[in-house]
Design a protein around this ligand. Structure first.
Ligand code: GLU
Length: 430
C-alpha cells in the first residue's frame, strides 16, 4: 500500500478544522470571550495558495500546490511549520495555523500562528527534486514570509535540510549587505547554518518533559511503565529516546507502513537505526511482531503518544485505549468526540498545544540566537527548554485544578485570555 492511500484513509478531509473550531468555541464560552474578539480569532488573517512549476529530473515540468495560512499576529510575527504531505488542503492548513496561535500564546512567546506546506508525497521525489521544489516554493512565497513577519519551521516530512534550502534561497534574493540579517527567516536550520543545538530533539524532549511533569504530579514512577508511539519520525523517536532513558519501555509503534508490538520492548535506538536503513519503514523489524493497524491503539500500555497526523484517536478507537495517559505529540490527533470518551474513562490527555510546544519554544531560542548573533550550548538550551516547559505545565495544571477542568480546556483558556488581553489593550485600528 502506498503512503498516499494509507494516509488518505487515516485522515478524513475537513476533520481538523471542525475539531479546532469546536475546541475554540468551547474555550471561548469558558472564558466568556469578548464577542468582537471572537469574530477576529475564528477566521484566519491571510490564506495564500500558490501554484509553481518545477523541472523534474527527467526534464518534465510539474506544477505544485503550496500553502501558507497566517491565522493571527496579535502577539508577534506569524510562526509555524511547513509540512509536505499529500493530504494537505486549505482547511487542514487553516486548522494547523490556529493551533499554532494557541500554542505560542500558551507558551508565552512573542509570536502569532501560521502553517503551510506543499501537497506532495515527498517519497516520490529525488533529493534534487525536493531541493528545487523547496527553493521554488520559497521564491513564490516571497515577502509573505520574513524574519520579523512570518517564520516557518520543520513539520511533518520536512527537516533541517529543508530549512537550510529555504534560508539560503530567501537570503539569496536579498542584496549582499542584507543577507545575513535575514538568517532567522526560518528556524530548525542545521547547526552549521545558524541552527540551534538540540532543535532536532526539542519537540520530542518537550513531549517527554510534559509526561514526566504529569507523572510527578500524580506520584507515578516512569520507570517500568510501558508506552506506544504512533509515528516514529522526529517527534516520536525523541520522545521514546528520553522515556527509555527514564526506564520506560516502548511496546508498540505504528508508522505509515505498518504496526509492530513487543511487550518486552522494541528498543527505540535499534528501531530508529532499522528504519533509517529501510527506506523510512518499520516493516520487517525483527524485534517486533507485526500487528493489524486496527489493533494498535488497543495495545496494552500505560502511555499512548500519537505523534503522527491529525484525527487519529476517534470515536471508533477511543474505547479500546488501555493507557491511562494520552500525550499528544502530533497536532490535533484526538477528535472532540474521542476526547469526551477518554475523559469519561478517566484517561488524562496532555493537549497538543502544551505537549508538543517544546518545538516552537526551541525555535524561539534559535530565532533569538540568530537575531542577537549568539551561540548557545546544548546543555544550556535543554535547561532553558525545561524551565520554560515546566512553567507552562505548572500554569496549565494549576488552572485545571482550580477550575476543575481537563488540561485542554485549561490550556485553551490561558492561551485565549492572553490574546484577548492584547486586543483589549491595543484596540482595533483605525
Ligand atoms: N511544526 C512545529 C509545531 O507544530 C514547530 C513550529 C515552529 O517551530 O515554528 O509546533
Amino acid at each position: 500500500m502506498t503512503l498516499t492511500k494509507e494516509v488518505k484513509k487515516q485522515q478524513p478531509k475537513q476533520g481538523m478544522l471542525e475539531n479546532v473550531m469546536k475546541q475554540f468555541n468551547a474555550a471561548a464560552d469558558l472564558v466568556d470571550l469578548n464577542p468582537n474578539i471572537k469574530k477576529i480569532l475564528e477566521v484566519t488573517n491571510n490564506e495564500l495558495i500558490i501554484h509553481f512549476p518545477v523541472r523534474m529530473d527527467n526534464g518534465d515540468v510539474e506544477v505544485f500546490k503550496g500553502y501558507r495560512v497566517q491565522h493571527n499576529n496579535a502577539l508577534g510575527p506569524y510562526k509555524g511549520g511547513l509540512r509536505y504531505h499529500p493530504t494537505i488542503d486549505i482547511d487542514s492548513v487553516k486548522a494547523l495555523a490556529m493551533w499554532m496561535t494557541w500554542k505560542t500564546s500558551l507558551a508565552g512567546l512573542p509570536y502569532g500562528g501560521a502553517k503551510g506546506g506543499i501537497q506532495i508525497d515527498p517519497n516520490k521525489y529525488s533529493n534534487n527534486e525536493l531541493e528545487r521544489i523547496t527553493r521554488r516554493f520559497t521564491y513564490a512565497l516571497g515577502e509573505n514570509i520574513g524574519p520579523e513577519h512570518d517564520i516557518p519551521a520543520p513539520d511533518v516530512n520536512t527537516n533541517s535540510q529543508t530549512m537550510a534550502w529555504i534560508a539560503d534561497t530567501y537570503m539569496s534574493t536579498k542584496g549582499p549587505s542584507e543577507r545575513s540579517k535575514n538568517q532567522h527567516v526560518v528556524t530548525g536550520k542545521p547547526v552549521g547554518s545558524g541552527g540551534l543545538e538540540g532543535r532536532d530533539r526539542a519537540t520530542g524532549f518537550g513531549v517527554f518533559l510534559t509526561i514526566k511533569f504529569w507523572a510527578e504530579n500524580k506520584n507515578i514512577e516512569l520507570k517500568g511503565k510501558t508506552f506506544i508511539v504512533q509515528g516514529f519520525g522526529n517527534v516520536g523517536y525523541w520522545a521514546a529516546h528520553f522515556l527509555e532513558l527514564e526506564g520506560a519501555k516502548l511496546v508498540g509503534v505504528q508508522d505509515a507502513f505498518g504496526s509492530i508490538a513487543n511487550p518486552d520492548g522494541l528498543g527505540a535506538e535499534n528501531l530508529s537505526e532499522y528504519i533509517k536503513g529501510n527506506n523510512g519503514s518499520l516493516i520487517g523489524y525483527s524485534n517486533g511482531k507485526a500487528i493489524e493497524k486496527e489493533d494498535f491503539f488497543g495495545l496494552d500500555c500505560d502511555i499512548c503518544i500519537p505523534a503522527a497526523l491529525g484525527n487519529q484517536i476517534t470515536e471508533k478507537n477511543a474505547q479500546k485505549i488501555k493507557a491511562f495517559l494520552v500525550a499528544e505529540g502530533a497536532n490535533g490527533p484526538t477528535t472532540v468526540e474521542a476526547e469526551q470518551i477518554l475523559l469519561k474513562r478517566n484517561i488524562d490527555i496532555i493537549p497538543d498545544i502544551l505537549c508538543n510546544s517544546g518545538g516552537v519554544i526551541g525555535s524561539y531560542f534559535e530565532w533569538l540566537q540568530n537575531r542577537n548573533g549568539e551561540l548557545w550550548e546544548l546543555d544550556e538550551i535543554l535547561a532553558k527548554i525545561t524551565k520554560k516547559m515546566a512553567e507552562v505545565f505548572r500554569r496549565v495544571s494549576k488552572t485545571s485544578q482550580e477550575k476543575e477542568l481537563d488540561m485542554r480546556s485549561a490550556a485553551y483558556m490561558l492561551a485565549i485570555e492572553r490574546i484577548e488581553k492584547a486586543y483589549v489593550q491595543r484596540g482595533i485600528f483605525p
